[in-house]
Design a protein around this ligand. Structure first.
Ligand code: UDP
Length: 323
């Protein structure tokens, strides 16, 4: 297939690009490099541009593509609270511009990068697709708005789409060539490994008084290459399924912050200096995905579910990060 990967220079997008190339697909990356890295796209062709630039989208000749996989977004929750216009502009208006260009060109399949943040505060620890969606920050709200746009577009224009709601994307390609590199870094596993490497000071654990096994938050860490595989399965699913679909993607197991630190210590052999800090605003105690729907309809099961294995791949990247 010929696939356009928007946001293919970012963390998850670059793993997608690599996965598609390894499976014989033709890939072009469209990315404004606001948070992505040109080096991350590897052998794929990179077109630098912004989704809101309709001329740039026209120059892509979208009619040549079988599907678009769309990762472009701002994704830092506290930033979204501080500057919601930037999030609605980039995540919602940007996606609308892309969808309009796809419609003009007759491209009828999109796989969209959504998030567990669409759920807001969970009313149960295990979340399936029927859990109410009440986002508690503009980031989650912007992703939920796009899910709504995709549903309307399916009814009005026959667009076929899958929105994949990731839980905690983690790990890196085992090659160590690509990985997670955000500026600033807010995610747990990179921050743990950076603390282990003596970069950025001691890790702060946000809260140790939650109602969990050891008082720290439980999250569902899903390997980034498992996410990439799910996206290709989703494109294939759209060959014979109309409509707008949503799937949760997680590994179905939860690990506390302390357990992730212990796994990192075991895998890396280095000490991870940490200290306890106050709870971070908006952090629920436990977030675990039920991915049964993806297992049933996408025939997808995560391959890397052990937290030590996930952290080990991230370590290969972080100890010699190329960007
Ligand atoms: N966390 C932490 N210290 C950090 C980063 C994260 O204690 O430096 C905690 C955070 O409070 C949450 C979990 O680790 O309970 C995962 O946070 P992350 O930002 O990686 O993902 P989120 O669950 O917010 O999407």
């Amino acid at each position: 297939m010929k696939i356009l990967v928007c946001g293919g220079a970012g963390y998850i997008g670059s793993h997608m690009v690599r996965y598609l190339l390894a499976h014989g697909h033709h890939v072009v990356v469209f990315d404004n490099l606001s948070t992505g890295h040109a080096l991350a796209v590897g052998k794929a062709r990179l077109v630098v541009g912004d989704l809101r630039d309709r001329q740039a989208l026209r120059r892509l000749y979208l009619q040549r593509y079988d599907a678009v996989i769309h990762f472009c977004a701002h994704s830092i929750v506290p930033h979204s609270v501080a500057d919601p216009y930037a999030y609605y502009e980039n995540n919602v208006a940007g996606t609308l511009s892309l969808l309009q260009a796809m419609r003009e060109a007759g491209v009828a399949k999109m796989v969209f990068s959504s998030t567990a943040a669409v759920f807001g505060h969970p009313s149960s620890p295990l979340l399936d697709e029927h859990h109410p969606t009440v986002p508690i920050n503009p980031y989650g709200a912007s992703k939920l708005m796009v899910e709504g746009v995709l549903a309307d577009a399916s009814r009005a224009y026959g667009l076929r789409s899958v929105a994949l709601r990731y839980f905690n994307a983690a790990g890196a390609d085992p090659s160590g060539d690509i990985g997670e590199s955000h500026q600033p870094e807010t995610h747990l596993i990179p921050n743990i490994l950076r603390a282990g490497l003596g970069q950025g000071g001691r890790l702060k654990i946000f809260g140790n008084d939650y109602d969990t096994r050891d008082g720290t938050c439980v999250r569902d860490y899903i390997h980034v290459n498992d996410l990439a595989r799910a996206h290709l399965k989703a494109v294939e699913f759209l060959h014979d399924h109309e409509g707008a679909h949503v799937f949760n993607l997680g590994n179905g197991k939860g690990f506390t912050v302390r357990e992730v630190i212990d796994a990192a210590r075991a895998v890396t052999g280095v000490n991870i200096p940490y200290e306890y800090a106050p709870r971070r605003a908006g952090d629920p105690a436990v977030l675990i995905a039920s991915s049964n729907k993806a297992r049933e309809f996408l025939d997808w099961v995560p391959a890397v579910t052990d937290i030590g294995d996930i952290v080990e791949t991230a370590w290969r990247w972080h100890r010699a990060a190329k960007y």
